[in-house]
Design a protein around this ligand. Structure first.
Ligand code: TYM
Length: 329
């Protein structure tokens, strides 16, 4: 694989959880060894959901700290905040002119939110995927590591790139998706839906204290008990996904064999899983605490990332403005 331009983003809303980590961030960390990587805290996306303005800039720094603590390296990767590069929102407007409105209305995430609170759904929720396309295309991104829930948005990004190229001449590559081995971690409280920052009890924060890890894992939904050779229920499958990611391989195998034979005790599985999570997340939590105690360092990381991102986005915008025929004086 030649050098790719990798782009991905995360919302600064609530706690970053093991679903974000296994579905995206772990993959981001790996990719930064081989490629030019842009990782962005997407604050303008986040304001389309209810949020607390007074606490928002702190939440953005919090997300930066969590990502760095999880292994993103501000010297190798371009780590920055969306609003600091206003070319994203400018490109979003231009791309809006080639985006079919019907496609936006077909997006699952839009439909889900419109269904829950139809009367308050704002236009930002509808146009959200255009800004996501602009994020990626501002850097001519070629590879986008995301969880499965973002696949539809990426498909639309590809369509927007094609439509722009058809109207104005070849400009953007069609970015490819990169999925991790666990692109969809389900909720611990309801395995029918994905683990989500917006559903308390569904997620395990990457920064959780040991007692909270134990409690969240102990409460995770399972079933009444395995039968020999029986199917694995979705809740139990989620625990095994976490075990695969955080426990030594032989531990996961031992529990899998016990499940097949119908002799697995979920309480034992949960106790071991919690211990493994506590041990593996400890260094992340420690680095996170250290960073949060140094807000100036965090701001320096954002300034440094912005200084690297902005010239690239500006170059794309100059090309785009010219192709679209915007006045230059
Ligand atoms: P966000 O903030 O919801 O999630 C960040 C990343 O975590 C992944 N993810 C999951 N993966 C597996 N299992 C889960 N339960 C789970 N929950 C979340 C998401 O798929 C995502 O990769 N719209 C995006 C942010 C965004 C973006 C972009 C992404 C804005 N611009 C440009 C890529 C490229 C979002 O809300 O992600």
């Amino acid at each position: 694989m030649g050098e790719e331009v990798v782009f991905s983003g995360i919302q600064p809303s609530g706690r970053i959880h093991v679903g974000n980590y296994l579905g995206a961030i772990k993959n981001w960390v790996k990719l930064q060894d081989q490629h030019l990587c842009y990782y962005c805290v997407v604050d303008y996306h986040a304001i389309t959901s209810p949020y607390e303005p007074g606490a928002f800039s702190q939440a953005v720094l919090d997300a930066v700290a969590a990502n760095v603590a999880a292994g993103l390296d501000p010297d190798r990767s371009v780590i920055f905040v969306q609003s600091q590069v206003p070319e994203h929102t400018e490109l979003c407007w231009i791309l809006g002119a080639v985006t079919p409105a019907g496609e936006l209305q077909r997006m699952t995430q839009y439909k889900d939110r419109a269904r829950v609170r139809r009367e308050v759904v704002n236009a930002g929720v509808l146009t959200y995927p255009i800004l996501q396309a602009a994020d990626i295309l501002a850097y001519k991104g070629t590879l986008v590591p995301i969880g499965e829930d973002q696949a539809q948005h990426l498909e639309l990004t590809r369509e927007i790139a094609r439509k722009f190229n058809a109207a104005y001449g070849p400009t953007f590559p069609e970015p490819q998706v990169s999925f991790s081995p666990s692109p969809r971690i389900m909720s611990l409280s309801d395995p029918r839906v994905k683990m989500s920052k917006s559903i308390p009890g569904s997620y395990l924060s990457l920064m959780a204290e040991p007692a909270a890890i134990q409690e969240t894992v102990a409460r995770a939904v399972t079933d009444t008990g395995p039968t020999p050779g029986g199917e694995m229920s979705p809740g139990v499958a989620t625990l095994f996904h976490l075990l695969d990611a955080f426990a030594p391989g032989e531990t996961a195998e031992r529990f899998r064999a016990a499940h097949r034979q119908g002799g697995l005790r979920y309480s034992e599985l949960k106790a071991v899983l919690a211990e493994c999570l506590i041990e593996r997340l400890e260094p992340i939590r420690r680095r996170y605490r250290e960073l949060m105690a140094r807000p100036e360092t965090l701001k320096d990381i954002v300034r440094h990332g912005t200084a690297r991102a902005r010239p690239a986005a500006c170059a794309t915008l100059e090309e785009v403005r010219e192709k679209v025929g915007i006045l230059k004086v």
